[in-house]
Ligand binder design. Structure first.
Ligand code: BGC
Ligand code: MG
Length: 550
């Protein structure tokens, strides 16, 4: 008998940013009970997995990505019991649950770091990455490694130890030292703690940075734009090292101790071959999935998407799966990337939900949420605050990417009323509600056939209902020279073929399709097939069944 594919091969991931999803107790901060209360929204939408950004004990300087206890819950979100209830409530509805595992660093308030920084001889002295400085009195950083933001050194001086500690992300997030066996053991135990409770997997925060060069060699200065990221320094000694790739396999062995299929999804950055290396080999597997961020920085052109899909089909052949992302809690909303053009956002929704792999949707994406403009001076986000004062506001507002991540983290828009359905009317939410919540919200879009929500809902239910869409192969149909702006691909399992056509220009287009194609749904009407010609309206996508002749 054939072994069924693991659940995650046909799932769709929905990212919840708990602080901004739903506030059940009226303190202005989203919480885990709020997530429980809205699980049915996810079921109706048609996603299979909910990934929660961190809700663990934290001083919230980076809103949960700075952790002081990996096995406890920050009180504003709930308690360990609420987590348990959340997992159970999700499982009762057939949803899987993923947590965010922040391995690379802790908060500088973590008791481990407090101890580590206190002297060079305490029992946790080597739990973090400490080095002597260079130059007279060691007052220069140990080497040239830059923090994630590149504008400053990744090293922070600590007067108590007269040494420097490494902080790859922000200064208050010291990197753990995974070359110390006790650190690795402690963090693997933290993962086991949640796996035992029943969590179905983890999203792995900045996983590519976990192990650095043991010789602390300088990174080369070589400015380069690699599609999703612009970098001044290449990072061979701090990112995607062979040791980090090997570590992926060790972590995999930890989740494989548990019954059932627990999934690991890496947040890693690099070229397709580097990303693929994290998946390991069949006899020595690594992560199950890695996010592909190319679509966060797209050119809105058919050849851009075609070339990315071609690359990932080549690099991630089945049973490997691509994991495309259009939005997350760090980057601009899709709608703003397409200049507010809803038709374009809808077209890309068709693409995301019909490609091979595991689509990931960020809360609010399903209703077409826009960025909420928030000035750097008003930012809560520590990245934005670090830019305030030296990046003028008018420049910050014109950059293609948001410097202030608050803009994509404002409360989920459940309704048009006061509090937006996020919090109790009269309560001031931790970040302002986008004013557009009166027009853009879940309640008004529910059952509105023309809404973004209804489009996502139909796409995801179609995906679940058609085997070719959730587990079929993908073949790009050769470009039709008469319609180079239309991207066409076929999804196929034995006995079922689905055709997807996406028109990326602002003019109606026609492409040749098999005679037996029937339209299942479209982001925009009217779509017609006659005499083997599919006519698509301007800026639209359509999904068709290819019905074999009797
Ligand atoms: C997360 C960010 C977070 C950072 C540090 C990331 O890449 O997505 O939100 O600030 O890691 O943990
Ligand atoms: Mg609350």
């Amino acid at each position: 008998m054939a072994v069924p594919d693991p659940w995650w091969t046909s799932t769709v991931i929905y990212q919840v940013y708990p602080r901004s999803f739903a506030d059940s107790d009226g303190d202005g901060v989203g919480d885990l009970q709020g997530v429980i209360d809205h699980l049915d929204h996810l079921v109706n939408l048609g996603v299979g997995t909910v990934w929660l950004s961190p809700f663990f004990a934290s001083p919230q300087e980076d809103y949960g990505y700075d952790i002081t206890d990996f096995c406890d819950v920050s009180p504003e979100y709930g308690t360990i019991d609420t987590v348990r209830e959340l997992i159970e409530a999700a499982h009762r509805r057939g949803l899987k649950v993923m947590f965010d595992l922040v391995l690379n660093h802790t908060s500088d308030q973590h008791p481990w770091f407090r101890q580590s920084r206190s002297s060079r001889s305490n029992p946790r002295a080597d739990w973090y990455i400490w080095r002597d400085g260079r130059g007279r009195g060691g007052r220069r950083p140990p080497n040239n490694w830059r923090s994630a933001l590149e504008v400053r050194s990744a090293w922070q001086y600590c007067p108590d130890r007269q040494q420097w500690y490494l902080a790859t992300f922000l200064p208050f997030q010291p990197d753990l030292n995974y070359r110390h066996p006790e650190v690795k053991a402690a963090m693997f135990d933290a993962a086991r703690f949640w796996l035992e409770m029943g969590v179905d997997g983890f999203r792995l925060d900045i996983f590519g940075s976990v192990l650095k060069d043991p010789q602390f060699r300088d990174n080369p200065f070589r400015p380069r734009v690699d599609g999703t990221q612009t970098r001044l320094w290449q990072r061979p000694h701090t990112e995607n090292t062979a040791d980090t790739v090997a570590f992926a396999r060790e972590l995999r062995a930890v989740v494989d101790e548990f019954d059932g299929d627990r999934v690991l999804v890496g947040e890693v950055f690099g070229t397709p071959d580097v990303l693929r290396s994290y998946l390991g080999q069949p006899d020595h597997p690594g992560l199950h999935l890695v996010f592909l961020f190319d679509f966060l920085a797209f050119r809105y052109q058919a050849d851009f998407f075609r070339s990315r899909i071609e690359a990932y089909e080549r690099e991630f052949p089945a049973p490997m799966l691509p994991t495309y992302v259009l939005e997350n809690h760090d980057r601009s909303r899709l709608l703003d990337r397409v200049g507010g053009d809803l038709a374009k956002a809808r077209t890309l929704a068709v693409l995301l939900c019909t490609l091979r792999g595991v689509p990931t949707i960020y809360q609010g994406q399903e209703i077409g949420s826009a960025n909420t403009p928030i000035a750097l001076r008003d930012a809560r986000d520590p990245i934005a605050r670090s830019f305030f004062g030296w990046v003028p506001e008018f420049i910050a507002q014109r950059l293609p990417e948001r410097l202030n991540r608050d803009e994509v983290r404002t409360p989920m828009q459940w309704s048009g009323g006061p509090g937006g359905g996020f919090t109790t009317p009269g309560t001031v939410p931790w970040l302002p509600m986008n004013h557009d919540h009166r027009q853009v919200n879940v309640a008004d879009q529910t059952d509105d056939p023309g809404s973004m929500l209804e489009l996502y809902r139909r796409l995801l239910h179609l995906r679940t209902g058609r085997a070719s869409l959730h587990r079929g192969s993908l073949t790009l149909v050769p470009l039709d020279p008469a319609a180079p702006d239309v991207l066409v691909y076929q999804r196929q399992v034995a006995g079922e073929t689905t055709l997807v056509a996406v028109n990326l220009v602002d003019r109606p287009q026609a492409v040749m399709v098999p005679d037996e194609a029937e339209v299942l749904m479209a982001s925009q009407g009217p779509v017609t097939v006659a005499g083997g010609r599919l006519r698509l309206p301007a800026t639209s996508g359509a999904v068709l069944a290819v019905v074999p002749p009797e």
